[in-house]
Design a protein around this ligand. Sequence first.
Ligand code: CU
Length: 322
Amino acid sequence: MNTALKIGGYTLGLLAVFGAAVGIGAAVTPTATSSAAMSSPTPGNHTDMSGMTTATAAGSASLPGGLMLSQDGYAFRLVDRTVPAASQTPLRFQILGPDGAPVTGYQTEHDKDLHLIAVRRDLSHFQHVHPDLGPDGTWSVPLDLSAPGEYRVFADFTPTGHDGGLVLGADLAVPGIYEPVALPDPAAIAPVVDGYEVTVAGDLVPGQASELTLTVSKDGVPVTDLQPYLAAYGHLVALRAGDLAYLHVHPAGEPGDGVTTAGPGITFYATAPSAGDYRLFLNFQHAGVVRTAEFTLHAGEILGTATQTESQDDAETGGPGH
Ligand SMILES: [Cu+2]
């Protein structure tokens, strides 16, 4: 009970910090907090692990991930925060634990000890890779950073002994001429290279876990022999446009459970923390190749004064304004 009260206080504090940008989140916070409490019944156990408060530990489950560089005493440290533009730029980083030392013990989630997501701030150039861990706790992986710009990198991992996963985010600068691209409009069909196409059924609903079914076809024929990738038939990452909040997404079922089919539909549950635009990235494997489908979804009402007529205005002025 005491823990729940602290969670609430912490959440309100954060809302105050972030201000109006997440004001609409106030309506959904109780839902998010109660579901977090159900999935993680003993968040208070972390109080003695570090100087961080119980509320901070609980916050990892009740707030969108990826917005913070440090959480629950764990910190995401890039060796270099500026790296040169190149198609094979090595990224090196450490996860520092509550004791300040690089973490070397991780729990495997979705077949890997750590998932690294990199995306340019305009939500283009998405990459989902799996770095190698050195004995000193330094992770390394090559990234394709041939397009200059401001990137956001996310480390998605579960330290050994930590109750639940963490998603920490860091900024990475790639100097050069940055030509941001506009967020593509919401669409139910995402084209993929090599004749593949992914269609999206379902809606993102602010504050609720929403069912999304992504259906894969190749040359117009439904694909029914998807291959397991990361212990699922698909891996979905969803990011909020504007601040790149990283959503929690859970696949429905897994290969070999006797229920889940190898396509053409892959079902996920995703919770959008607020109204707004989201960019979704689906990795799926077929014929031995992992491919990515990218698409935009809109959750709820547009923040601010948007109306039906304004979206028409957007269409009229949607091109480059300058
Ligand atoms: Cu991964």
